[in-house]
Design a protein around this ligand. Structure first.
Ligand code: MN3
Length: 260
């Protein structure tokens, strides 16, 4: 199993300038990436050594990670049918497209996070960014949910939510609003930026890592995420996500790593 090394993430982030994160934030992002490994997020990258063991060049074949639960585990809120398409077809297509697009390029040897960072600010690599970021976003989204999820966070995360949003109800309201008001396809996020919790929304494949923010939680609001189970009722899907599905253990772990 390939594990991205911290220096790779730091080096990558240093390539980006102006609105890029401070070194402290870079280190936090690195910590998050490493935390992600503990939670199985690196399952989307599988390293294959080149046939010659002395050859330093390696190619990275990105693979579809397994869901962190059975496809029926979130029923009745999200059906196995939705996972059959969303994970088995949409997420898989992003992985397959990414592998095709980077084949034979200098991105072929990079980790998923490196590909995302390298393609984010380069319009000529928009196709690569869209697929790489969607691979990352979906893996993060599966982990943002769990069976019997929802409820309320505890401990330091809850204290911080109260500090930055006023109360937990306000957090829920703002998070739902971000998801419902994202016009067209995109994502709602809870992020940490400059030591503060914030709720953001991004269109299409866009994501917080390339904006110097540390993602803690995400909700997919592309229609393919909810149409089979909720048809056009995105607000109902968002409410159910918040009340029944959020994996606060995952969010807390991301928060603690980001605050270190
Ligand atoms: Mn999706």
């Amino acid at each position: 199993m390939f594990k991205p090394l911290p220096f790779q993430a730091v080096k990558l982030n240093e390539k980006q300038d102006s609105q890029m994160p401070t070194r402290r934030e870079v280190l936090k992002t690195t910590a998050l990436a490493l935390g992600g490994i503990a939670l199985g997020l690196n399952a989307c990258s599988d390293n294959k050594q080149s046939s010659s063991k002395t050859n330093q060049s390696q190619t990275m074949t990105h693979t579809l990670p397994e869901l962190p639960y059975a496809p029926t585990a979130l029923e009745p809120h999200i059906s196995a049918k939705t996972f059959e398409f969303h994970h088995g077809k949409h997420h898989k297509a992003y992985v397959d497209n990414l592998n095709k697009l980077i084949a034979g390029t200098d991105l072929e040897s990079k980790t998923l996070e490196e590909v995302v960072a390298a393609s984010a600010k380069d319009a000529s690599k928009a196709g690569i960014f869209n697929n790489a970021a969607q691979v990352w976003n979906h893996t993060f989204y599966w982990n943002s949910m769990k069976p019997n999820g929802g409820g309320e966070p505890t401990g330091k995360l809850m204290d911080k939510i109260k500090e930055d949003f006023g109360d937990f109800g306000k957090f829920k309201e703002e998070f739902k609003n971000a998801g419902v008001t994202q016009f067209g396809s995109g994502w709602a996020w809870l992020v940490l930026e400059g030591g503060k919790l914030k709720i953001t929304k991004t269109p299409n494949a866009d994501m917080p890592l390339v904006h110097g923010q540390t993602p803690l939680l995400t909700m997919d609001v592309w229609e393919h995420a909810y149409y089979i189970d909720y048809q056009n009722r995105r607000p109902d899907y968002a409410q159910t996500f918040i009340d029944k599905l959020i994996n606060w253990d995952f969010v807390s772990k991301n928060f603690e790593l980001a605050m270190k």
